[in-house]
Design a protein around this ligand. Structure first.
Ligand SMILES: [Fe+2]
Length: 262
């Protein structure tokens, strides 16, 4: 028998690009102080969230039974999400390069950090932590249309190699997933994680510190992201089908090789 025949067949991991970044959440290692910090972060955000968050966010929060007192267990969250939208909340070691990140979104797995900010930095962390990722993002993954939109975004980005095109498409993510607004009952409501998880960013919007324009794909693609200052302009959708349809339109344009706004 030739040696080659004795070799084990190669198994391709489900997420070949992301697999080096996947970790297990060591839930038992969280300290009482960390659970108390989580509880404090939730307690501070809830008054504004109850009043100004989108219905779909609040519905997801209730569906997941997101704890107000204890850090979330990512496996338990994934089990709940799986039943409704097939999404998972998957623990990763930290920052991920684009191809690995997009591969996970395309597979309905949201890369989620497991570390939590300390009590000294309740208001702000330069890098996303588990509060931003879970409290800010995950409830929206229980909404079927948003869930499909996010997967579609990941799928498109996963097959685009040109960095300048990816930068323009990334503006969609920024002005929806991170800083999205939606009109509901005559009021602008927040659903983007950067607004949900941050008192300063959310207050800037609801106090009128930021212009709110209708979400128009072409205009969003033309609006560069500024990460180092409070927003002066954000975009509000009428409903979540709008961003799902926008992704469809964008896919068609990319497939045709159309030049996107710079
Ligand atoms: Fe985020």
């Amino acid at each position: 028998m030739r040696t080659a025949e004795l070799e084990m067949p190669k198994v391709t991991p489900l997420l070949p690009k992301a697999s080096p970044f996947l970790i297990e959440q060591d839930y038992a290692a969280y300290t009482a102080e960390q659970h108390a910090v989580w509880a404090e972060l939730v307690r501070r955000r809830m008054p504004q969230i109850d009043q100004h968050a989108a219905d779909e966010y609040l519905d997801g929060f209730a569906y997941l039974h997101l704890s107000r007192d204890q850090l979330p267990n990512l496996r338990a969250l994934s089990a709940k999400l799986e039943c409704r939208t097939g999404w998972h909340t998957t623990a990763v070691s930290g920052f991920m390069p684009g191809p690995a990140f997009f591969e996970m979104l395309a597979a309905r797995r949201f890369p989620t950090t497991t570390w939590l900010r300390s009590r000294d930095s309740l208001e702000y962390t330069p890098e996303p932590d588990i509060f931003h990722d879970v409290f800010g993002h995950v409830p929206m993954h229980a909404h079927p249309v948003f869930a499909d939109f996010l997967q579609r975004y990941g799928r498109l980005c996963a097959r685009v190699e040109d960095a300048s095109i990816l930068e323009v498409i990334g503006r969609i993510f920024w002005y929806t997933v991170e800083f999205g607004l939606v009109w509901q009952r005559g009021k602008v409501r927040v659903y983007g994680s950067g607004l949900i998880s941050s008192n300063g960013e959310c207050t800037n919007v609801i106090s009128g510190g930021c212009a709110v324009k209708p979400f128009v794909l072409e205009e969003v693609l033309r609006t560069p992201v500024k990460v180092d200052q409070m927003h002066k302009l954000l975009f509000a959708i009428e409903g979540f089908e709008q961003i799902y349809d926008a992704m469809h339109e964008l896919e068609t344009r990319v497939d045709r090789g159309e030049r996107l706004a710079a």
